[in-house]
Design a protein around this ligand. Sequence first.
Ligand code: PEP
Ligand code: MG
Length: 571
Amino acid sequence: MEIKGIGISGGITIGKAYKFQPLEITVEHICCSDGCQQEQQKRCDLAKQTAREQLNALTEELKSQPDKAKIFAAHQEFLEDEEIDEMVHDFVYEEHYCAEWAVESAYDRFISIISKSKNKLIAERAADLQDVKLRLLCILTGKKKADLKHLPENSVIVAKDLLPSDTAEMDRKNVLAIITEEGGATSHSAIIAKSYRIPAVLGAVGAMDGVEDGESVIVDADKGIVITKPEGVLLQEYREKKILSDRETQIAEIWAGKPGCTADGVHISAGLNIGSHKNTDGYENCDYIGLLRTEFIYMDSDHLPTEDEQFSIYKTILENMKGRPVTLRTLDIGGDKTLKYKELPKEANPFLGRRALRLCFDEPEIFRTQLRAAYRASAYGRLQIMFPMVGSMDDWRRAKDFADKVRAELDQEGIPYDKQLKLGVMIEVPAAAIIADMLSLEADFASIGTNDLCQYLCAADRLEASVNEYYQSYSPAFVRVLGHIIKSFTNAGKEVSVCGEMAGDCKASPLLAGLGLRKFSMSPSSLGKVKYALSHYSIPQCEELAQKCCNAATQAQVKEILAQAELEAMA
Ligand code: PEP
Ligand code: MG
C-alpha cells in the first residue's frame, strides 16, 4: 500500500514501524457543589505550579540544544497565559466544573480558536496548547504520558501527530524516519525533522490504520510517500534507491567543503541562508551569506529588538564570517510570519497585503531602528543590505531614502559605518522582475527570491499543498523571467544572486548557471549537492540547456530536458 504526504528533509529509509499512541485522558465531567470551588481552583493552581517546575527543568536540561529548549519555553508562555487562567477560573466558579473539566474546557476553547487561524504558523501552535493541556491533565489525574524516550533500533515512528514535547524528548539515535497523519511543512514535527535531518512524511492520512506495528515500511521523503509491506521488485528497487540516496548524502558532505566550480573552471559563489546568529552551521563551506532573514531575530524575541540588541547580533554574524560578505534582508514580517507581541493588520490576503517593506514604510521607527543597527554593525565586516518585496521604482527609491537619512544621522553623530556599503533589491514581485533593467541602474545588486516570485507569478500560494501543481518553478514562464532578471543585472555590471529554495535545488543548478547565474545562496544542507552538480557541467553546456528550457512549452518538458542532461552529465 502507498500513502501520500508531504516529504520533509529528503532521503529514503527502510525501517520497522513503531506506532506511537499517546495517552488519551477521558475527563469525567463532575460538577462540584457550592463551596467546593475553592478546593478545585487550588488543584488547578497546584497543577500549574507542578507544570511550571517540570517545564523549567526541561528548559534547563536542554540548554545546550536551543531548538528543543525553545519548544518548552513556548509552553511556559502558554502556561502563564492570563486569559486561559481567567477562563479556568470562570469554569470553576461560575459553571461549577471540577479542576480537570475546567482545564480541559478552557484549553479546548483556545485550541479551537487558534487552530482556525488562516495563518498556518499560528494554527500549528495549537499542538503546543494541546501539549500543555495534556501535561496539566496528567498532573491532575496522576496518569503518565507515553513518550518516545526509549525506542527499538531502526524505528520509523508512525503517529497521528507528534506533540512538540514528544519530538524534543525523542530517542534520536534509534529513529530512522517519522510518519504522521497530521502536520504540515511548518509544523513542529517538520522543524525538528529538518534540524536533525530525519526523513519524514507528514500529513500521511491513513497511516495509523494502514501501518502495523513492527512491520517493514519504506519512507521516501524525496517523493513524500510511505510504502507498507514492501516486497519483491519494489523492495529491491528501493534498496537500490536507498544506496544511491545514501551515496548522494555522503558525496554532498564531501563536496560541501570544496570551492564551487563548473567543469570548465568557472567559479560559482556558494552562499548561505541564515536566520540567526546562534547557529554557524555551513559558515566554513560558504563564500558569503546571501540571505540573513532578520525577521527570525524579531520572531525569536518577546519584544521589538532594540537598536543595540540588533547591532550586537549583526556584529556577531559579521565577525564570525571573518570578512566575507553578509547580506542582511530588512524585516520581512507579514504574510505567513507574525510577531507575538505586535498586532498586525487583519487582512483577507496577507501575502498580498502590508508585508515586509510595506509594513516598514508604515512603521518608520521600526525600519529606522533596524537600519541604524545594520549600518553601525557594518563597521565590523562586509555588510550589504537588501530590501524585500520591492514592487516598483517608487518602493526602491523610498527604501533607499530611509537608508540615506540613517547614514546622514550617523554622520552627524560621528558614528562609524562602512561608507561603501551596498544596497540591493530583492526581486520577488513580478512587477519588479519586469523592470529589472531599470532597477539594475540604481540598485547595487539583486537577489532573486524565487519562493515568492514563483507564487506571485503563477498565482499559487506557496504554502498550500492543494495548489502545488500550479506552483511551477520549472515552467518556461518562470525560467524566462529568471533569465531576464539575471541578464539585466549582469549587463549593468551588477551582482545577482538567487536566495530562494531554487538555488539549493541541484536539479535546477545547471539551468540557473546557463541563465548566467554565478551566485547561489541556500541552506547549509544543500551546499555540497549544488557544488557537486555544477562540477559536472561546463558553462556552454549549461547555456545550451537554458536555451532549450526557455524554448520549451511546458514545465514537464523543462524537467525532461534537465533530467536527460543530468543522466548524460553524470554518466
Ligand atoms: C523568497 O521569497 O524566495 C525568499 C528567499 O524569501 P522568503 O522565503 O523568506 O519569503
Ligand atoms: Mg520572499
